[in-house]
Design a protein around this ligand. Structure first.
Ligand code: APR
Ligand code: PHB
Length: 393
């Protein structure tokens, strides 16, 4: 067995692991990433594309902001559509000038991968059977197989950035962790196409046939979503059926503007709210999707991963620089305070905009009334805008 040594072992080369690796490197902290998949697989996952200002700032801090600033789109508002009308939420006016950056997670990941390679930092892809040991004491380590060879990595800390299905959370003894979960009775069918977006801002729509989202990746690439039953398969949805269904759910004016084209990608994602507490077990930290999932309405997933990474980077920097344990001790509580607020917002926005099967008639009436209140009340819009642009860290 070959033995390697690093200060921080990061499990998972998704956005959380890559961001953390870059920030630790800048702080002079040695790190190694082990990833189960290969790089192309990681880049093939299409996810949301709305970055809060604090996430943009963290990517700048990590030294990977150049392409985002050149190609990303700053959005000062978005629209809510229901009953044939579109209503703008003016983020900038409601939050004293804040905006969001529309830039795909795939691009964020690509920029981080390139920066890591340019800095000569090591990522061990296609690492199989990763297991974690000793994190409840002072000598944590990981073992895995790489091209048939057994490898052990000894380290000071392990960062579990390995997503919802990862090994890190699963390595914690059952009694030491508590999880909270809600599964929604529908999914999002997403379609990516090289067509100009139907509008220059995002449109979140409530409709009796189901929720729609009109989003984008650039001025020439669109991303659309339809609420679909969980029993549907991607194969049930030809491009033509997708576009027809989207048109039916949009108001006539927007539908007339819609430019359609062949799909580059189509997939169905389930919707889930999930939080695991706490997020630290001795020398093992969980960050990003390994510890929490939000439904995608409001695009908080990547932004929450960024705030976890920020707190962890601060904690580990303090530890190595000042031998202080304060950041490490407070890591879990700091993360969870922000996570629960984003969980609440994502659950609320999801509940407001989707059709729930067999929903009592009164619930549909209450959601409609809430939407009416929202579009008529600057106070309600301010609450929504403050959450959408992101709560402070
Ligand atoms: N060993 C090594 N790597 C693993 C293992 C394992 N046992 N299990 C999972 N991984 C890898 C996955 O292959 C994946 O590349 O960990 C990585 C986790 O990446 P993500 O799932 O993208 O999670 P994270 O980096 O926290 O990103 C959060 O992703 O789902 C979105 O909305 C979410 O935008 C947010 C972001
Ligand atoms: C996306 O573009 O994929 C997207 C945008 C906003 C959301 C969710 C997803 O709220």
């Amino acid at each position: 067995m070959e033995t390697l040594r690093t200060q921080v072992l990061i499990v998972g080369a998704g956005p959380s692991g890559l961001m953390l690796g870059q920030l630790l490197h800048k702080a002079g902290i040695d790190n190694l990433i082990v990833e189960r998949q290969n790089g192309d697989y990681v880049l093939g996952r299409i996810r949301a594309g709305v970055l809060e200002q604090t996430t943009v700032d963290l990517l700048d801090e990590a030294g990977v902001g150049a392409r985002m600033h050149a190609e990303g789109l700053l959005h000062g508002g978005f629209e809510l559509a229901f009953e044939g009308q579109r209503h703008r939420i003016d983020l900038q006016a409601l939050t004293a000038g804040k905006a969001v950056m529309v830039y795909g997670q795939t691009e964020v990941t690509r920029d981080l991968m390139e920066a890591r390679a340019a800095a000569g930092l090591q990522t061990l892809y296609e690492a199989n059977d990763v297991s974690l040991q000793g994190f409840d004491g002072d000598t944590p380590s990981a073992r895995f197989k790489l091209a048939g060879k057994e490898i052990e990595v000894r380290c000071d800390f392990i960062a579990g950035c390995d997503g919802y299905h990862g090994v890190s959370r699963a390595s914690v003894p059952e009694g030491a962790i508590q999880s909270f979960e809600k599964v929604y009775p529908f999914g999002w069918l997403g379609l990516l196409s090289d067509t100009p977006p139907v509008s220059h801002e995002l449109i979140y729509g409530r409709h009796e046939r189901g929720f729609t989202l009109c989003s984008m990746r650039s001025q020439t690439r669109s991303r659309y979503y339809l609420q679909v039953p969980l029993t549907d398969h991607v194969g049930d949805w030809s491009d033509a059926r997708f576009w027809d269904e989207l048109r039916r759910r949009l108001d006539p004016e927007t539908a007339a503007q819609l430019v359609t084209g062949p799909s580059l990608e189509k997939s169905i994602a389930p919707l889930r709210s999930f939080v695991a507490e706490p997020m630290r077990f001795g020398r093992l930290f969980l960050a990003g999707d390994a510890a929490h999932i939000v439904p995608p309405t409001g695009a908080k997933g990547l932004n929450l991963a960024a705030s976890d990474v920020y707190y962890l980077w601060q904690a580990l920097s303090e530890h190595y620089r000042e031998r202080s344990r304060a950041g490490i001790e407070h890591y879990s509580a700091r993360c969870l305070s922000r996570i629960w607020k984003a969980e609440r917002f994502s659950w609320w926005f999801t509940s407001l905009m989707h059709n729930f099967n067999n929903e009592p008639a009164i619930d549909a009436k209450l959601h409609r009334s809430e939407l009416e209140y929202l579009i008529s009340s600057p106070a309600a819009q301010t609450v929504m805008a403050e959450n959408y642009v992101g709560l402070p860290w």
